[in-house]
Design a protein around this ligand. Sequence first.
Ligand code: PEP
Ligand code: MN
Length: 340
Amino acid sequence: MIIVLKPEATEAQINAIREEAGARGLIVREIQGEASRIIGLLGDTSLMLMETVSRYECVERVMKLSEPYKLASRKFHPGDTVVEFPGGQRIGGGGLAVIAGPCSVESEEQMLSVARDVKRSGAAFLRGGAFKPRSSPYAFQGLGLDGLELLKIAREKTGLPIVTEIMSQEYCEEFARDVDLIQIGARNMQNFPLLREVGDLGKPVLLKRGASCTIDELLQAADYILMGGKSSVILCERGIRTFETATRNTLDISAVPVLKKKSHLPVVVDPSHGTGHWDLVFPMAMAAVAAGADGLMIEVHNNPERALCDGPQSITPFLFDGMMRRLGKLHDAIKEETGE
Ligand code: PEP
Ligand code: MN
């Protein structure tokens, strides 16, 4: 339930609503709307009837949220969310944030080489999987905590914040301490205990869409994280499973404007996992920017033929550099056109 307050509402009047909602076991969230002050009530709102709330003097109007997600909904938070990082990087708010790096952390030399190259080309974040969710138990599973140490070294040398996937609650402490943007992979999008715990860490979370999940399911997963009240969420479209076999997944570009309409959260697109082919990454990255994405996640490897994971979809630093220049031009042209 959304409660729009009158401009003259006093703290004492609002407190009365907070108390009644609290007594009925509801969660109260406050939002600074663009023009007015808004309160959201979460939980079984049938316990606090809309008529009851409308009777409070400070209430201008009350709206029921029909969507199954609340905190991620644009109705709950009309303005765009911009996620800001201590180093000044931002995701959302009109810029184009590019996260680049190898699928997996393999060695110090590999991480430093790729990190330096992608930084030079304009990437704002460095990615690299330390814990890898592989379909086959016989495939390379990642370097684990040793991989995280290598990411930290690369961050120290380049200043790029690090993005890496958490696969279980076991390492929440290390991730909260060491990782700048915590990734929840497609396979864990509906791992609800993990989502809840990550929501308590107070770190931005990159939530990837499950390969067989709908947009509404993605937004409900975001609510699990946002319920903790501490972490911000960035949504990531990374392709969904369809009958098509020409590409690894079917990159759902239409998810970008749909998510933008339904939600206030920033949207990033991953054309690497979305297509599975290095030569499709650039056209789909352009399509994502044209569709209004706030950022991109691109797999870049210094030697794709020898990559321990996802070589076929990884581009070289040389190709990444050319791509960044053309993406920048497209993004500038769109901004000029829309006057943003
Ligand atoms: C990844 O980004 O490394 C990854 C495994 O992606 P996804 O979870 O989208 O498959
Ligand atoms: Mn990968």
